[in-house]
Design a protein around this ligand. Structure first.
Ligand SMILES: NC(=O)c1ccc[n+]([C@@H]2O[C@H](COP(=O)([O-])OP(=O)(O)OC[C@H]3O[C@@H](n4cnc5c(N)ncnc54)[C@H](OP(=O)(O)O)[C@@H]3O)[C@@H](O)[C@H]2O)c1
Length: 165
């Protein structure tokens, strides 16, 4: 299993406000869809409830919650992250799609990071991606995109692979 994290974040690691994204970037949502389509995605219960249309189409949706009574159509619920990861361990690449509680618990064991860096700051943010020790990671992709009519900030699509555990 390759455990990959995918996230978008501002210059101060901010990536959420009021259980929603810090900004709406169609180009980043398309990039997210292209990378995760056909794969298994794991998310925390709060991130699931932030999705506008429920489980994400074309992907196996796994939700982590301590609520043993939670049932959601077209999604699988696990009450622990460890259980989910051990059950899914035979799969190829699995994507952790947030939120920050789940990122924090999986960053130490992830093999790969797909980050969209939004080159701006968002002072109204109330949720932050955990601190990344870049010495543990090698950058393998760096794709810059300037501002355009639907993208109000410059963004970069970055990919890192772990070099140190
Ligand atoms: N920009 C991005 O890339 C991105 C991506 C995703 C999310 N976000 C943002 O992140 C924010 C949400 O993140 P968050 O950290 O507040 O919440 P979260 O990680 O999405 O969900 C937290 C919930 O997950 C469950 N959980 C967490 N760890 C668990 C464990 N070890 N075992 C069992 N259940 C566990 C608990 O659910 P129960 O309370 O049900 O037990 C917990 O309340 C939002 O603002 C969202 O928009 C940003």
């Amino acid at each position: 299993m390759i455990l990959s994290i995918i996230a978008s974040l501002g210059e101060n690691n901010e990536n959420g406000k009021k259980n929603n994204l810090i900004c709406y970037l169609p180009k980043d949502l398309k990039h997210f869809r292209e990378i995760t389509l056909g794969h298994t995605i794991i998310m925390g219960r709060k991130t699931f409830y932030s999705l506008p249309n429920g489980p994400l189409f074309g992907r196996r949706n796994i939700i982590i919650s301590r609520n043993q009574n939670l049932k959601i159509k077209n999604a699988e619920i696990y009450t622990s992250l460890e259980t989910a990861l051990s059950i899914l361990s035979e799969l190829g690449e699995i994507f952790i799609i947030g939120g920050n509680q789940i990122y924090k618990q999986t960053l130490p064991i992830a093999n790969c990071l797909y980050l969209t860096k939004i080159h701006s700051t968002f002072p109204e943010a109330d949720s932050f991606f955990p601190t990344i020790n870049y010495k543990e990671w090698r950058e393998v992709k760096h794709e810059k995109h300037p501002i355009d009519e639907k993208t109000p900030y410059p963004i970069s699509f970055l990919k890192y692979e772990r070099i140190i555990n």
